[in-house]
Design a protein around this ligand. Structure first.
Ligand SMILES: [Zn+2]
Length: 239
C-alpha cells in the first residue's frame, strides 16, 4: 500500500468506463492493506449437482442485491424451460438473457450502459454450458469494468468430468463455493455426481450436453448419486 493510496478518499461511485478504458481515469478507490481496492468487484463461482438449488440461489442473490439498490443482468443457457428465463424446481422464474456462442458478455454490459442502464453485477446461471470465451469475458468485466460476476453451475458432467467452462471458473474465480443445500443419493449419502440415465441404465458415453430432467418419466434423465453408486451404476429401488 502506498501513502497515496492510504490518503485517497473512499469513493463509492462507479464511473462509466468505455471500451478500452482501464478505469485509470476513474476516481481513486480506497485500498485495503493488500493493495486491492476496497470495493473491488469479484468473480464468484457457486457449484453443485443437479437439484441442489443453484438457480434458486441465483434468483435469491439477484433479489438481495436489488434490495440494496444494485442493478444487474441475469443470463442463462439451456435452462430447463428451454426459454430465455431462469426457472427453478421450486417454482420461481425470472426473465434472463440467453447466452449464445456469439454473445459477448462485455458487449452486453457496454450496450446496457450505452442505453443508460446501470449494471453493477451479472448473475450467470447454467454457467457450465457457456463457452471458454465467456469465462474470460467474465474475468475482464470484473478486472477492467468493476462489475461483479456471480456464476452458478454444475461442476461435472454425466461422466464425472469437469465441464470446460467449470474448469476455467475454478481456475479464474476469486471465490469458489460449493452450494450447501445437500442433495441426497437414494442411499442417504450426499449426492455428488450427475448420472445420465437412458432406458433405466446409467450411460457413460455420449454428448457432453444432452437435455434431460430429473423427473422419472423423461427419455433421458439425470439422477444425482453418491460416488459409490455412481461408480456401480446402482439407481436404487426406484431406479
Ligand atoms: Zn448412494
Amino acid at each position: 500500500m502506498t501513502d497515496d493510496a492510504a490518503a485517497a478518499p473512499t469513493c463509492l461511485a462507479r464511473p462509466l468506463p468505455g471500451p478500452g478504458d482501464d478505469r485509470a481515469g476513474g476516481c481513486a478507490a480506497a485500498r485495503a492493506v493488500d493493495g486491492r481496492p476496497l470495493h473491488a468487484a469479484a468473480l464468484k463461482f457457486f457449484w453443485g449437482p443437479m437439484d441442489c438449488g443453484k438457480s434458486t440461489m441465483a434468483l435469491q442473490m439477484n433479489y438481495n442485491h436489488g434490495r440494496q439498490g444494485r442493478r444487474g443482468l441475469v443470463t442463462t443457457r439451456i435452462d430447463r424451460s428451454l426459454g430465455p428465463q431462469v426457472t427453478t424446481r421450486i417454482g420461481l422464474a425470472h426473465s434472463a438473457i440467453e447466452v449464445t456462442d456469439a454473445l459477448d458478455l462485455r458487449d452486453l454490459v457496454r450496450d446496457a450502459w450505452a442505453e443508460g442502464v446501470r449494471v453493477d453485477y451479472l448473475i450467470c446461471d447454467e454457467a457450465s454450458f457457456y463457452n471458454l470465451e465467456h469465462i474470460e469475458q467474465m474475468a475482464e468485466l470484473v478486472d477492467n469494468y468493476d462489475v461483479d460476476v456471480y456464476a452458478f453451475g454444475l461442476a461435472t458432467d454425466f461422466r464425472s468430468c469437469l465441464f470446460p467452462a467449470a474448469q476455467r471458473l475454478f481456475e479464474l474465480a476469486d471465490e469458489v463455493a460449493r452450494i450447501q443445500v445437500e442433495v441426497l443419493c437414494w442411499c442417504g449419502r450426499e449426492g455428488l455426481l450427475n448420472a445420465r440415465v437412458v432406458d433405466g441404465r446409467v450411460v457413460r458415453e455420449g454428448e457432453q450436453v444432452v437435455i434431460g430432467d430429473t423427473v422419472d418419466t423423461a427419455d433421458v434423465r439425470y439422477q444425482v448419486l453418491c460416488r459409490r453408486h455412481y461408480r456401480s451404476g446402482d439407481l436404487g429401488p426406484r431406479g
